[in-house]
Design a protein around this ligand. Sequence first.
Ligand SMILES: NC(=O)c1ccc[n+]([C@@H]2O[C@H](COP(=O)([O-])OP(=O)(O)OC[C@H]3O[C@@H](n4cnc5c(N)ncnc54)[C@H](OP(=O)(O)O)[C@@H]3O)[C@@H](O)[C@H]2O)c1
Length: 287
Amino acid sequence: MKVLLTGSKGQLGNCFCDRLPAGWQVLATDVDTLDITDLAKVKQQVIEYRPDVIVNAAAYTAVDKAESDQQIATLINEIGPKNLALAANEVGARLVHVSTDYVFDGEANTPYIETAITNPLGVYGKTKLAGEIAVSQIQPDALIIRTAWVFSEYGNNFVKTMLRLGKERDELNVVADQFGCPTYAGDIAVAIIELLKKNADGGIYHFCGDSQVAWNEFAEAIFTSALKMKQLPKSPVVKAIGTEQYPTPARRPKYSVLNCDKIKQQGIALSCWRDRIDAIVRANMQP
Ligand SMILES: NC(=O)c1ccc[n+]([C@@H]2O[C@H](COP(=O)([O-])OP(=O)(O)OC[C@H]3O[C@@H](n4cnc5c(N)ncnc54)[C@H](OP(=O)(O)O)[C@@H]3O)[C@@H](O)[C@H]2O)c1
């Protein structure tokens, strides 16, 4: 299997490279080597390398910044995937694209299935939804994986931010009225590899960690893990606050839990994200 990977320096991109099955070849690119917004360059690279699969781990993921940066977010999250789908079709490669729970408005109170009505609240979600639509129109057989609340040992994410703040502060205010499922990027990489191995039908698949929490409970779980691993002398007090007490440029869904039955039917299990936090905290420990 020859894979062209975009966004290889991000959380998912790095985790995908770490888990590449034996015998698979990967050409790992990021914006410095392949800018997905440049159609001519994308086509040239795809025609030269002739991958069997293109895995798009590139994205504009700064949810708040996107509100004032709509043009760039659109280029990366909509035009980029569209370019990749067009190029993939030229060489008969399959496209794997990754999207987000933020395509939903969070007004539901049961987990969202793949066909649930989308209604993104912010620019990030709108541009990601536009990317999904472009990909599925150009390549109906593409695999589109919607995931949520991604963390890993790489890049910037909530787990790493909490570990840093936990050392600096005695008390933290964390939002308690937004619910979702934390997801380890390594598990997304494995799910993508499994879907490809199984030659799963094209379409949208939801994939996230095994249980839902609010952000304050996520923070508590991180501190519990850090205490257990003796990485923190004591846990900061986590004060539960409402969304209105933590205003941000982008509105976020109150409830973005994904129903993952469809991907489970492919034999792909959801992982316990709490165990994954332990592994990251362990890796983060000073020798
Ligand atoms: N992070 C989350 O909480 C979350 C939640 C739900 C869904 N997702 C989705 O999951 C996927 C993976 O997210 P992630 O957290 O791994 O993202 P990430 O860590 O932000 O990585 C994205 C990578 O794409 C690169 N990139 C940006 N513009 C590019 C361009 N024009 N051409 C090529 N590469 C470009 C970025 O480079 P720079 O860093 O230099 O910009 C970065 O290396 C994305 O599709 C994201 O929308 C993420």
